[in-house]
Ligand binder design. Structure first.
Ligand SMILES: [Zn+2]
Length: 483
């Protein structure tokens, strides 16, 4: 018994240790960081909308303005394969590894280890003061800590490390870098031979950034093989720069992000709201319940065919429980949640992944039921903005917009959407437009259109609840943030 217990303990420890890392397949293999079609997986840090584009399966960087884009996630130990070619004589660019996720005010490039990519003519265009040219080996394939990051160079040129052999090809020709990054050590292979490296990097986990530095450059075949992690604490991990200690954000929350939600399956959602949102190109979430005896009155509430039509138009159908009453015992809660899912399944509507607490009454004891059923967010009330790095995603605050505060109604809306800044998302809760059975929670159609026009004219991005998962890791947030 004693030995068995020991073996079990060992197995448990091993499982705990390897739990945080597992290769994508049985054996290590490369996966793509660039899909050849779009910029999925990349976050623009401080360049322009059109700095990065995709052409003929290549990633094209215009070179303007100077800045970087980064991977969505951080990498610690890995092998990076990247191919590049400069299109202009003397062009400058590079790839950063173990980099920070943001660039400090007043600078253009992040703190990280830069692996230089210079076109060979660079030396001819950058004569020294005494008229001599810098040696060619200086200027391509250099590896160095940028932005104050400390490293020890293998082949020093000051604090930088230079390649011991010039292996790069000039403009228009493809070069291949293999960058091996393990535990603060970097080794660089240029076109098939290791010629440079650094060690003892002060930061050994961070983002991978591609650099735009004045000249057009093309990239292709950007692949990464992730290796097991080492002992890397917060002091040797790059900052995310998102003010997000729990690493909940996948990318920064942009200003002017508004989520529209519509409760209770009112008829006007299908006849008025959906088509109008479509006209404006907005997203939205419709929270379905059959809570009143008059749900069967189809002059008041949507049919499931109409609900399906909203799904067909690309809107989100969310779960507001079958009968809208709480609190409930777990069996009843499960039954009412499953009933809406079943209706969706029967009507070929996408399975709901966000939930809406009836009367904004959050039942934290039901959280395991919702997570187990695959829900990512649940909308609450509170009449304040949602702060994703603070607020639990199963009680996302929302502003109720209705006519019950008739005199101030407009102010409630405008005050709310003005708070969509500084990492906050504004979630708005509407009922019917108008709401025939419960007019006090409804909104006048003309006023509703005024609101949408305001959002459009002021360039808000108007999305559904489920769309927030592009910016937020709700599973991590639900685990790490207080209820
Ligand atoms: Zn409701």
């Amino acid at each position: 018994m004693k030995n068995q217990a020991k073996v079990l303990t060992c197995v448990t420890i091993v499982l705990l240790c390897v739990g945080s890392w597992a290769p994508a397949a049985e054996f290590l293999q490369f996966s793509s960081l660039f899909n050849g079609k779009d910029l999925s997986g990349w976050v623009n840090v401080n360049t322009a909308e059109d700095t990065w584009s995709v052409r003929d399966g290549m990633l094209v960087c215009s070179g303007h303005p100077i800045g970087v884009m980064r991977t969505e996630k951080q990498y610690e130990n890995f092998i990076l394969h990247i191919e590049w070619r400069h299109m202009e004589a003397g062009g400058n660019s590079g790839v950063f590894v173990w980099s920070e996720g943001t660039v400090p005010e007043g600078r253009r490039l992040p703190k990280g280890v830069e692996v230089q990519m210079l076109e060979l003519d660079w030396v001819n265009r950058h004569k020294r003061q005494d008229g001599t040219l810098p040696p060619i080996a200086y200027v391509h394939g250099e590896v160095f800590g940028a932005g104050g990051l400390k490293t020890v160079p293998d082949n020093p040129r000051g604090s930088r490390s230079k390649s011991i052999e010039n292996r790069c090809k000039g403009k228009g020709q493809w070069n291949t870098y293999l960058v091996v990054c393990v535990d603060g050590v970097i080794k660089l292979s240029v076109n098939g031979k290791f010629v440079n490296g650094i060690s003892k990097a002060a930061i050994k986990k961070g983002y991978i950034c591609l650099e735009s530095e004045g000249a057009e450059i093309h990239f292709r075949n950007i692949r990464i093989m992730e290796l097991p992690p080492g002992i890397t604490g917060p002091e040797s991990t790059a900052g995310r720069g998102l003010g997000d200690p729990n690493e909940i954000l996948l990318k920064p929350i942009p200003d002017k992000m508004v989520v529209l939600t519509f409760d209770d399956a009112c008829l006007s959602h299908a006849t008025f709201v959906g088509p109008l949102l479509k006209k404006y190109g907005f997203g939205g979430t419709f929270y379905i319940t059959e809570f009143t005896e008059t749900f069967t009155d189809k002059t008041l509430y949507m049919t499931w065919e109409q609900i399906k039509s909203l799904d067909d138009m690309g809107f989100e159908i969310g779960n507001h429980t079958l009968l809208h009453w709480g609190p409930k015992n777990p069996q009843e809660f499960t039954r009412q949640t499953a009933a809406i899912e079943d209706h969706c399944l029967t009507n070929k509507i996408a399975k709901p992944t966000t939930f809406c607490w009836p009367f904004c009454h959050v039942e934290w004891d039901k959280l395991p039921i919702l997570t187990q059923r695959g829900y990512l967010f649940a909308r609450g009330g509170h009449n304040r903005p949602y702060k994703p790095i603070v607020d639990n995603p199963f009680d996302t605050p929302a502003f109720q917009i209705d006519v019950s505060t008739e005199k101030n109604n407009r102010n409630v809306f405008y005050d709310a959407v003005n708070q969509a800044t500084a990492g906050q998302i504004v979630i708005l809760m509407f009922h019917g437009v108008p709401d025939l059975e419960h007019p006090t929670v409804g909104t006048e159609p003309a006023r509703f259109e005024e609101y949408l026009k305001y959002l459009k004219d002021n360039e808000y991005s108007v999305i559904s609840m489920r769309d927030m998962a592009k910016h937020i890791d709700p599973v991590k947030a639900a685990k790490q943030l207080a209820n």
